[in-house]
Write a new protein. Structure first.
Length: 236
């Protein structure tokens, strides 16, 4: 029985409110009936923004070359003529104190480079997502994180930071992860100053969604409980 991703998207939105749900699928062949991305972008995460409001599209490795870090976390190898760009970008980040070079080997990346990457709004995807990017305010992501924990689909990783794109392979390998985003991602995707990311492993999406009704009711009950305690116990 095929998964109804439109229904899962509706379930998530109804439980947590307004969030952007972007399905990302790493494929060995081009998805049927889906247009290939045409153009150029400065970062791999720009595709997240483009996919959030469109009908979906797929990319090939060459489409990611303008983003040395995103190219790396996606498991791609740059062609010889552009092989030095990753080192140059990392050197800049190290020189300005943004990161330390000894952190680089621990950055999660895909272990196998995909031939195609398909991006689409979750409700419109035609392929099973490997990871679902959720962008929204912390209160919404909190409930999704709690549902992931209840469903046994949460990772033990801490809040991830830069680079934001490492959170995708991290979610596939370890389970649901939260990311604060990074300055590059926020520039390229227009992520709000009051927003964060939660990355959900695609294989556990239905499990997470099935726990949302319990988490929603529990939060409503606890909200009343804590508000009563605040009113009763506050003496200032």
């Amino acid at each position: 029985m095929s998964t109804d991703y439109r229904d899962l998207a509706r379930t998530i939105q109804a439980a947590v409110g307004s969030v952007r749900l972007i399905a990302v699928s790493y494929l060995g062949s081009a998805p049927k009936g889906v247009e290939k991305f045409c153009g150029a972008v400065p970062s791999s995460c720009t595709f997240w923004r483009l996919a959030s409001t469109g009908n979906g599209f797929y990319t090939v490795p060459a489409d990611h070359l303008n983003c040395p870090v995103g190219n790396y976390t996606s498991g791609f190898s740059a062609p010889i003529e552009r092989a030095g760009e990753l080192k140059q970008t990392l050197s800049l980040m190290v020189d300005i104190g943004y990161l330390k070079m000894d952190e680089v080997p621990s950055i999660p990346r895909l272990t196998e480079a995909p031939a195609f990457i398909y991006y689409a709004p979750l409700e419109k995807t035609t392929a099973a997502p490997d990871v679902v990017i959720v962008a929204g305010r912390p209160v919404a992501l909190m409930r999704l994180q709690e549902a992931a924990a209840r469903g046994g689909a949460a990772s033990k990783l801490p809040l991830l930071g830069r680079p934001t794109c490492m959170a995708l392979p991290a979610a596939i390998a370890h389970g649901t992860v939260m990311s604060s985003g990074c300055v590059g991602n926020r520039v390229y995707t227009a992520l709000g100053d009051d927003e964060l990311y939660l990355m959900l492993p695609g294989t556990r999406l239905a499990d997470i969604a099935s726990e949302l009704s319990v988490i929603q009711t529990a939060n409503e009950t606890l909200s009343v409980y804590h508000n009563n305690r605040r009113a009763t116990l506050t003496r200032v």
